[in-house]
Design a protein. Structure first.
Length: 192
């Protein structure tokens, strides 16, 4: 393994060429995109909802990164297309006490992030992976991508972004996953 390659793979991870599909519950199938929206709410001056067609008109850009799953696989050299978090943040004004984010997805699935991690330049709301629209199994129509944390923090089927004053666990965190999930620190589970 070259030094550069080694530097890109966190401890305990194995590189895969595939893109494993892991999730809890059923895979949502969207038949009418007029019914899909993304809600930004919580500690904001004014709650907003962005419909699918308006979301797809937002400026999109390409992001390249490596991703790391808590189940020990890593996939290198991903190319995502989507909306940068900063573009979404231009739509809302946060209240000063906002310090955390709860991502809400279909099936009642949630995951938490510190606001500073959500706002990183590398965080995005993806609609494509390696040149193709996301498949339903990988989060179509919109998936959050937070590449510096374990991939469960990159919520599939994103429907809401809630801004909070304090940290609280999402679905997986309530079920034993680490509250933060740094792959370089192997913050996989927290069964204390």
């Amino acid at each position: 393994m070259s030094e550069t390659f080694t530097d890109r793979v966190p401890p305990g991870q194995t590189v895969t060429e595939g893109f494993p599909v892991l999730h809890y519950g059923s895979v949502p199938i969207y038949r009418d995109m007029d019914k899909w929206d993304l809600r930004l709410f919580g500690l904001v001056e004014e709650e907003i909802s962005i419909g699918y067609h308006d979301f797809m008109k937002l400026p999109q850009q390409e992001f390249r990164n490596d991703i790391h799953c808590v189940t020990t696989w890593s996939k290198l050299d991903n190319v995502w297309e989507g909306v940068a978090v900063r573009t979404i943040m231009d739509k809302v004004k946060l209240k000063p006490e906002a310090s955390y984010v709860m991502l809400h997805a279909e099936e009642g699935w949630t995951t938490n992030l510190p606001l500073e991690d959500f706002l990183r330049e590398t965080s995005l709301l993806a609609v494509k992976h390696n040149g193709e629209l996301l498949t339903p199994e990988h989060g179509y129509p919109v998936r959050m991508v937070v590449p510096h944390l374990y991939f469960w923090k990159s919520a599939k089927w994103l429907r809401g972004i809630e801004f909070l004053a304090s940290d609280k666990p999402g679905f997986w965190e309530r079920n034993g996953y680490h509250m933060y999930g740094d792959p370089w620190e192997e913050q996989r589970y927290d069964f204390d």
